[in-house]
Structure formats: C-alpha cells, structure tokens
Design a protein around this ligand. Structure first.
Ligand code: ZN
Length: 137
C-alpha cells in the first residue's frame, strides 16, 4: 500500500496558545484555520514535510474534541492515514471485524472524504482514513 500519514490531530485548549509553540517556537507555518461546523471544531493546519499537524480546538464542550479534552486533557487526538479509496477500505476493515466509527465516508476539513476507525481496534489510537485526491488542502 503506497500511503502516508496525512496529518496528526492534536487536541488543544486554545489554538492561539498552542501556536506559541508550534508556529513561534518550532517554526512551522500556519497555513490556515478552518471551522468544521459538523464536528464542532476549529482546525489550524501547519504543513510539516509531506504531512501536517492539525491543532484541534473545540467550539463547545459538547463536541468530540470538547469531550476528549474534558476526559483526557489536551494531547494527541488522532492519526490520519491516506488511502486510495475510503469506501473500499471501510468494507475491507469491516470484513476483518474492525470496529468502525463511520460505516460510510463523510466530508471532513477541506472537503476531504474521511472516515474514523474506533480506537478499540487499533491499539488505542483514533484513526482517520482520508481518500487521496479529495479535499482542497
Ligand atoms: Zn483529522
């Protein structure tokens, strides 16, 4: 499988505060900040090699990232892996009894086709699959 880590999602209390390390300290460039209403999250994208860091700030407490931070604190939230075809990969994983959060792909940041795999089946890491060539980032 020719693939790559497309991005690493880091849950933060405040994007502005986190930028003092990721942008001002480490020197990454802030490409843009996008609000994904559907997921109740603000996403700051910082390209890093062929991948990128995404800083995730909840827009409210009752959102996936808001709940994650309340329960576990800020930190690594998910790893996104690029695949050729998300729908086909979901079917393949389902056939192997992998627990999925999304049975069907949906639209994520930048309009990309994405789907999440449950941490219970991955060694404890929330995995996002994204389809190569979809999305505008
Ligand atoms: Zn992501």
């Amino acid at each position: 499988m020719e693939s790559k880590i497309q991005h690493l999602g880091v849950a933060v209390g405040s994007i502005e505060d986190a930028l003092s390390f990721w942008r001002d300290g480490l020197g990454l460039e802030l490409h843009e900040i996008e609000v994904v209403e559907d997921q109740g999250v603000r996403v700051a994208m910082l390209p890093l090699g062929e991948s990128r860091i995404e800083l995730l700030e909840a827009t409210g407490e009752d959102t996936p990232v808001g709940k994650f931070i309340a329960k576990r604190g800020a930190g690594i939230h998910h790893l996104c892996i690029e695949v050729e075809n998300v729908t086909a990969k979901l079917a393949e994983l389902k056939a192997k009894n992998v627990r999925l959060i999304d049975e069907q792909p949906r639209i994520g940041a930048g309009g990309a086709l994405v789907a999440f795999v449950h941490p219970a089946s991955t060694g404890g890491v929330l995995i996002e699959l994204t389809q190569r060539g979809t999305g505008n980032h």
